[in-house]
Ligand binder design. Structure first.
Ligand code: SAM
Length: 379
């Protein structure tokens, strides 16, 4: 049986393709302009079908026909709401997207975007194209899906659009729920523990290994795998002191006021999840591109055991037992697992570049659920 073919646009390091290839799709073209992300994709799926450059530079004659096109143009922003037109120069990436659909003639396309996508001008433009434009042969389904509802150990809400010209395809039904009733047949959400428990609490190194590789004729750091991206940072003593007060599920409000940076002291409300600590028994918050900065979200390692207040210490603030708590953010490896990448996924790039690839990706469990839903239509 031949495998259905897929083109991955704005492919990043290949999160979507991981899920689709696990469901039997054969990637025949991936387009990604970030060299390191394209190289990570190439390390895992082959360099032969990767265009490592701007989507606008792919010639029409280089676009093969394919059963499926996945990946949507990144949103340009949410200001300036209202109808926008495809010929607006700011919509170049959407024009490129439509060009690919016209040339590849897929039976189905899948777009992934931020949860607020349906309130963006780009979404209205997409609907207009479905109504009477380039996409008029396609029927679409769309909605916001939470990766945790599809067996991923992370709460990550994304808008998914499925367009089909071979009969409308519904979004996949959840397989997991926060508190499933026995009658629902759903499984409970997977947890942080399910994915990262048992990894070294204190990674050996603060650096990536010293290895180089070549992709697209350029030398780059990599390829790295598994514990090679499980490196630690060396936070300042003041940062360590702050982390030590944050219990699982807690955040900056658990830190004594005099230890907080001035900007937070002066802003006593809002941004509740910053300097947050994960919980072992719950899926993580969304892993973003700067997960290595605790001040950007809920990225502290979940291991924390309350200590006893020492003589003279203010009992309002509970400090973790230093011997039983892990006072660091999750490592790149842990973040990649929470993003549902395979344990042996290969990575290329600098520390910051790899973090960006991880944070930008679609968790493979979510991609896989969509692939499973689409597969019968293109078989
Ligand atoms: C949200 S990420 C995609 C993540 C990917 N779907 C995954 O699952 O790993 C969007 C990607 O679009 C790429 N991109 C943005 N503009 C582009 C362009 N003009 N041509 C090619 N790629 C572009 C970015 O470099 C980024 O990696």
């Amino acid at each position: 049986m031949t495998r259905p073919t897929v083109i991955d646009l704005f492919a990043g390091c290949g999160g979507m393709t991981v899920g689709f290839s696990l469901e039997g799709f054969d990637p025949i073209l991936a387009v990604e302009q970030d060299k390191f992300a394209a190289a990570t994709y190439a390390a895992n799926f082959g360099e032969d079908h990767v265009h490592a450059g701007d989507i606008a530079d792919v010639m029409n004659q280089e676009i093969p026909t394919a059963d499926l096109v996945i990946g949507g143009p990144p949103c340009q922003g949410f200001s300036n709401l209202g109808l926008k037109r495809l010929d607006d120069p700011r919509n170049q990436l959407w024009r490129e997207y439509m060009r690919f659909i016209t040339m590849a003639k897929p039976q189905v396309f899948v777009i992934e975007n931020v949860d607020r996508f349906s309130s963006s001008p780009e979404f209205h433009m997409l609907l207009a194209e479905v109504d009477r434009g380039v996409l008029k042969d396609y029927e679409i389904s769309y909605g916001v899906l939470n990766a945790a509802d599809y067996g991923v150990s992370q709460r990550r809400r994304r808008t998914i659009v499925i367009g089909s010209r071979v009969g409308k395809i519904q979004l996949p039904e959840p397989t997991h729920a926060r508190k499933p009733s026995p009658a629902s047949g759903l499984l409970p959400w997977r947890t942080v523990k399910d994915r990262i428990h048992g990894l070294p609490a204190i990674p050996d190194s603060t650096e990536l290994p010293d290895s180089l590789t070549e992709f697209f004729g350029e030398t780059m750091p990599g390829m790295f795998k598994g514990l090679e991206i499980h490196f630690r940072r060396d936070p300042r003593p003041i940062s360590l002191a702050r982390y030590s007060y944050v219990p699982p599920g807690g955040g900056r409000f658990d830190v004594p006021t005099d230890l907080l940076p001035r900007c937070w002291r002066e802003k006593p409300t809002g941004t509740t999840d910053v300097m947050g600590r994960m919980r072992w028994d719950f899926p993580s918050h969304t892993i973003r591109t700067e997960f290595f900065k605790p001040e950007k979200g809920s990225y502290l390692h979940p291991q924390w055991v309350p200590g006893r207040p020492r003589h003279g210490e203010d009992a309002r603030w509970i400090k973790g037992d230093p011997m039983k708590s892990v006072n660091r953010v999750v490592t790149h490896y842990e973040a990649s697992l929470l993003q549902d990448f395979p344990e042996d996924y290969l990575w290329v790039g600098t520390k910051i570049a790899i973090a960006k690839q991880i944070g930008n990706a679609v968790p493979s469990g979510l991609a896989r659920a969509i692939a499973r839903q689409v597969r019968p239509a293109v078989a």
